[in-house]
Ligand binder design. Structure first.
Ligand SMILES: Cc1cc2nc3c(=O)[nH]c(=O)nc-3n(C[C@H](O)[C@H](O)[C@H](O)COP(=O)(O)O)c2cc1C
Length: 303
């Protein structure tokens, strides 16, 4: 068996496989099928200061090779996360990434501060949600506001800070460099790409929110390209995501520059995808004589 351990911003993960925020909840449903301890970590559903109902349905739609969602950060709020979900997750022998989002800089800083002294291993600041009216991608599409919010959250928390970037920008490396300079310990990318579908019988958008975020295999080449670009632009570690569905996709994303990966949409079509991917990584390493999977990061040989 090869060594699948990876380290991101000083946090050790037993393997690089992390279910993506919003696709796995807090693991309660999946735990009925396999132990959460097989996972490198879990990025929990986006947590906001107060409980949110999210957007009205329909808010998910299937697309060729992917899905659109406009869930809109539905969650029980920070207190519920800290008092109900976190104590349960803390018993699971896996790393816990608290994904947080807020409408203002102050709200995000307050949320990050609430994670101090808890079992959370890392804070993932979402500045890239395309489905909320305030905050979200509004912060993450401008290097100045991205830096401002990163600096405030960095100051508020003593946990390693990972900032989650939006692909809905002209040049993602500008945002990555801005958050690195503002104190981010890592970046994660990509969040969903803004998309839209229309029911031609009714002339109405399929999603009640009109637009939503596209994810799944359809976005994989875009995610690989962006991870590679960011890898060449910053010195902080990258957690790559967007369309990963197989162990081979994980290897590709790591070759592009990711130290670890998150997986979202694939879980909707195969609830056992994470188990199969971890098995597949072991098989890949054995077949290719790879002793330490971590050595693969950034090994692409560009022409
Ligand atoms: C239903 C759904 C809900 C999501 N909710 C969140 C969220 O709360 N916070 C967040 O940062 N990203 C959220 N995302 C984005 C994913 O974490 C991930 O960045 C994106 O889906 C790309 O990965 P994938 O192609 O593997 O799904 C959500 C994605 C989906 C499909």
């Amino acid at each position: 068996m090869s060594n699948l351990k990876v380290s991101v911003a000083g946090v050790e993960f037993k393997n690089p496989i992390i279910p993506a925020s919003g696709a796995f909840g807090y693991g309660r449903e999946y735990e009925q099928f396999y132990p959460l301890s097989i996972l490198g970590g879990i990025s929990v559903k986006g947590t906001t200061l107060h409980r949110r109902e999210g957007n009205p349905p329909p808010r998910v739609a299937e697309t060729p090779s992917g899905m659109l969602n406009s869930v809109g950060l539905q969650n029980g709020g920070a207190e519920k996360f800290l008092n109900y979900e976190l104590p349960n997750l803390a018993t699971k022998d896996t790393r816990i990434i608290a994904n947080i989002a807020g409408a203002t800089v102050e709200e995000c800083a307050q949320l990050a501060g609430m994670m101090n002294g808890t079992a959370v291993d890392m804070v993932e600041l979402n500045i890239s949600c395309p489905n909320v009216k305030h905050g979200g991608a509004a912060f993450g599409t401008n290097p100045v506001t991205a830096a401002e919010i990163t600096a405030a959250v960095r100051k508020a928390t003593d946990k390693p800070l990972m900032v989650k970037l939006s692909p809905n920008v002209t040049d993602i490396t500008e945002i990555a460099k801005a958050v690195e300079a503002a104190g981010a310990d890592a970046v994660s990318l990509i969040n969903t790409l803004l998309g839209m579908r229309i029911d031609i019988k009714t002339g109405r958008p399929i999603l009640k929110n009109n637009v939503g975020g596209l994810s799944g295999p359809a976005v994989f080449p875009i995610a690989v390209r962006m991870v590679w670009q960011v890898y060449n632009a910053v010195n902080i570690p990258i957690v790559g995501m967007g369309g990963i569905a197989t162990a081979e996709d994980v290897i590709e994303m790591m070759m592009a520059g990711a130290k670890a990966v998150q997986i979202g949409a694939a879980l909707f079509s195969d609830p056992f995808a994470l188990v199969k991917i971890i098995e597949g990584l072991n098989e890949y390493c054995d077949a290719n004589g790879i002793k330490n999977l971590a050595d693969i990061t950034g090994t692409v040989k560009p022409w």
